[in-house]
Ligand binder design. Structure first.
Ligand code: SF4
Ligand code: SF4
Length: 127
Protein backbone atom coordinates (compact mmCIF):
# COMPACT_ATOMS: atom_id res chain seq x y z
CA UNK A 1 0.00 0.00 0.00
CA UNK A 2 2.82 2.42 0.76
CA UNK A 3 4.54 1.54 -2.49
CA UNK A 4 2.56 2.21 -5.69
CA UNK A 5 -0.57 3.24 -3.77
CA UNK A 6 -2.81 3.51 -6.86
CA UNK A 7 -1.69 0.27 -8.55
CA UNK A 8 -3.66 -2.96 -8.57
CA UNK A 9 -1.93 -6.33 -8.53
CA UNK A 10 -3.05 -6.73 -12.14
CA UNK A 11 -0.75 -4.87 -14.50
CA UNK A 12 -2.21 -1.71 -16.06
CA UNK A 13 -5.14 -1.33 -13.62
CA UNK A 14 -5.21 1.66 -11.26
CA UNK A 15 -7.58 2.76 -8.51
CA UNK A 16 -8.79 6.12 -7.28
CA UNK A 17 -11.47 7.72 -5.15
CA UNK A 18 -14.33 5.83 -3.52
CA UNK A 19 -13.35 2.68 -5.41
CA UNK A 20 -10.40 2.65 -3.02
CA UNK A 21 -11.96 3.79 0.28
CA UNK A 22 -14.12 6.57 1.76
CA UNK A 23 -12.28 9.90 1.43
CA UNK A 24 -12.75 13.61 0.91
CA UNK A 25 -13.15 15.23 -2.49
CA UNK A 26 -9.64 16.74 -2.28
CA UNK A 27 -8.12 13.34 -1.55
CA UNK A 28 -10.14 11.80 -4.36
CA UNK A 29 -8.90 14.38 -6.87
CA UNK A 30 -5.29 13.96 -5.74
CA UNK A 31 -5.56 10.19 -6.06
CA UNK A 32 -7.20 10.53 -9.48
CA UNK A 33 -4.22 12.63 -10.60
CA UNK A 34 -1.87 9.95 -9.31
CA UNK A 35 -3.80 7.18 -11.11
CA UNK A 36 -3.84 9.17 -14.35
CA UNK A 37 -0.10 9.79 -14.01
CA UNK A 38 0.58 6.09 -13.51
CA UNK A 39 -1.59 5.20 -16.53
CA UNK A 40 0.38 7.73 -18.62
CA UNK A 41 3.65 5.97 -17.79
CA UNK A 42 2.22 2.88 -19.49
CA UNK A 43 0.44 4.62 -22.38
CA UNK A 44 3.44 6.79 -23.27
CA UNK A 45 5.63 3.78 -24.04
CA UNK A 46 5.71 2.65 -27.64
CA UNK A 47 6.79 -0.83 -26.64
CA UNK A 48 6.47 -2.57 -23.28
CA UNK A 49 9.14 -5.10 -22.40
CA UNK A 50 7.80 -8.06 -20.42
CA UNK A 51 9.73 -10.38 -18.13
CA UNK A 52 10.99 -13.56 -19.75
CA UNK A 53 9.82 -15.87 -16.96
CA UNK A 54 6.23 -16.77 -17.85
CA UNK A 55 4.12 -19.85 -17.40
CA UNK A 56 2.84 -21.79 -20.37
CA UNK A 57 0.16 -24.46 -20.67
CA UNK A 58 0.65 -27.80 -22.38
CA UNK A 59 -2.87 -28.20 -23.75
CA UNK A 60 -2.50 -31.94 -24.33
CA UNK A 61 -2.25 -32.40 -20.54
CA UNK A 62 -4.81 -29.80 -19.41
CA UNK A 63 -8.25 -31.09 -18.36
CA UNK A 64 -9.80 -27.66 -17.85
CA UNK A 65 -10.35 -28.05 -14.08
CA UNK A 66 -9.80 -24.31 -13.53
CA UNK A 67 -7.63 -24.64 -10.40
CA UNK A 68 -4.89 -22.53 -11.95
CA UNK A 69 -7.42 -19.80 -12.75
CA UNK A 70 -8.52 -19.72 -9.10
CA UNK A 71 -5.02 -19.43 -7.63
CA UNK A 72 -3.56 -16.81 -9.99
CA UNK A 73 -3.52 -13.52 -8.10
CA UNK A 74 -2.91 -11.53 -11.26
CA UNK A 75 -5.82 -12.74 -13.42
CA UNK A 76 -3.23 -13.89 -15.91
CA UNK A 77 -4.75 -17.27 -16.71
CA UNK A 78 -8.22 -18.20 -17.92
CA UNK A 79 -10.11 -21.01 -19.57
CA UNK A 80 -10.31 -20.59 -23.33
CA UNK A 81 -13.87 -20.10 -24.63
CA UNK A 82 -13.24 -22.47 -27.53
CA UNK A 83 -11.89 -25.56 -25.81
CA UNK A 84 -12.29 -24.86 -22.06
CA UNK A 85 -8.56 -25.37 -21.56
CA UNK A 86 -6.27 -23.01 -19.68
CA UNK A 87 -4.47 -20.25 -21.53
CA UNK A 88 -1.95 -17.77 -20.08
CA UNK A 89 -1.94 -14.06 -20.84
CA UNK A 90 1.81 -13.48 -21.00
CA UNK A 91 1.46 -9.72 -20.60
CA UNK A 92 -0.18 -10.20 -17.18
CA UNK A 93 1.75 -13.24 -15.93
CA UNK A 94 4.28 -12.38 -13.20
CA UNK A 95 6.02 -15.74 -13.31
CA UNK A 96 5.27 -16.55 -9.68
CA UNK A 97 4.80 -20.24 -10.48
CA UNK A 98 1.74 -20.77 -8.28
CA UNK A 99 -0.32 -22.15 -11.16
CA UNK A 100 2.44 -24.60 -12.09
CA UNK A 101 2.69 -25.94 -8.54
CA UNK A 102 -1.12 -26.18 -8.29
CA UNK A 103 -1.80 -28.04 -11.52
CA UNK A 104 -2.27 -31.71 -10.69
CA UNK A 105 -1.89 -32.71 -14.34
CA UNK A 106 1.58 -31.22 -14.72
CA UNK A 107 0.22 -29.16 -17.61
CA UNK A 108 1.92 -25.90 -16.67
CA UNK A 109 5.60 -25.13 -16.85
CA UNK A 110 7.46 -21.96 -16.02
CA UNK A 111 9.90 -20.89 -18.74
CA UNK A 112 13.39 -21.26 -17.36
CA UNK A 113 12.21 -23.56 -14.57
CA UNK A 114 11.22 -26.78 -16.32
CA UNK A 115 11.71 -30.02 -14.41
CA UNK A 116 14.72 -30.83 -16.60
CA UNK A 117 16.31 -27.47 -15.87
CA UNK A 118 15.75 -27.73 -12.11
CA UNK A 119 17.10 -31.31 -12.02
CA UNK A 120 20.13 -30.21 -14.04
CA UNK A 121 20.80 -27.49 -11.45
CA UNK A 122 20.52 -30.03 -8.62
CA UNK A 123 22.88 -32.40 -10.46
CA UNK A 124 25.38 -29.59 -10.99
CA UNK A 125 25.17 -28.66 -7.34
CA UNK A 126 25.79 -32.23 -6.16
CA UNK A 127 28.63 -33.02 -8.58
S1 SF4 B 1 -4.88 -26.56 -13.20
FE1 SF4 B 1 -3.86 -27.66 -14.88
S2 SF4 B 1 -5.42 -29.08 -15.67
FE2 SF4 B 1 -6.51 -27.54 -14.43
S3 SF4 B 1 -7.13 -25.96 -15.93
FE3 SF4 B 1 -5.14 -25.33 -15.09
S4 SF4 B 1 -3.62 -26.17 -16.55
FE4 SF4 B 1 -5.55 -27.23 -16.93
S1 SF4 C 1 2.93 -17.93 -13.01
FE1 SF4 C 1 1.78 -16.80 -11.40
S2 SF4 C 1 1.13 -14.92 -12.43
FE2 SF4 C 1 1.69 -16.37 -14.06
S3 SF4 C 1 -0.24 -17.36 -14.62
FE3 SF4 C 1 0.79 -18.64 -13.06
S4 SF4 C 1 -0.09 -17.99 -11.09
FE4 SF4 C 1 -0.57 -16.38 -12.61
Amino acid sequence: MKLRPVDFATEGVFVAGLAHSPKTLDETIAQAHAAAGRACTVLSQGVIMAEGIKSEVLKTRCIGCGLCVEVCQYNAIELDDKDDLAVVNSALCKGCGLCASTCRCGAITLKGFTEEEILAEVDALLC
